[in-house]
Write a protein that binds this ligand. Sequence first.
Ligand code: ADP
Length: 169
Amino acid sequence: VLALPVAAYMLQGQEAHAAEMERTFIAIKPDGVQRGLIAEIVSRFERKGFKLVAIKLVVPSKEFAQKHYHDLKERPFFNGLCEFLSSGPVLAMVWEGEGVIKYGRKLIGATDPQKSEPGTIRGDLAVVVGRNIIHGSDGPETAKDEINLWFKPQELVSYTSNAEKWVYG
Ligand code: ADP
């Protein structure tokens, strides 16, 4: 007799929690993949408590890279950047969690690795701006656009991770 109202209450709670969850697009660029840094980088997001909801290894075309970086098309490094992004495998991912867009950028560090703090991904693992190993969306709008550019809706996996009740309480 009690089971039904309890279940309904719990479902409401889960939906409220899920609604707060943010998603961001994170990519390990060809330099990070070639340098064998996939596990190192993925583990930093995993250990933090963020949840992986999509992942694939792709070699983007130059046209695709130009779409991804369209905001930078007036910059002098745009062509080289797009050549580079399309020069080899990129590990494309979507990570989910409270504040993941902003905090993902903190984990990544400043654009120029010389200015990234030690302890950040670029600070610890990269040296120059043209080979800074990782991309992360810089805001909610770009996160949405980049997830839609890189992934089909059916490639995003919704699931409850066992760790969530321990990460969020
Ligand atoms: P972020 O990747 O930190 O969001 P931007 O969006 O400003 O930084 O730039 C996108 C990417 O373009 C950088 O990650 C870097 O790979 C490259 N880039 C930025 N500035 C330069 C530069 N001055 N010279 C070469 N490449 C650059």
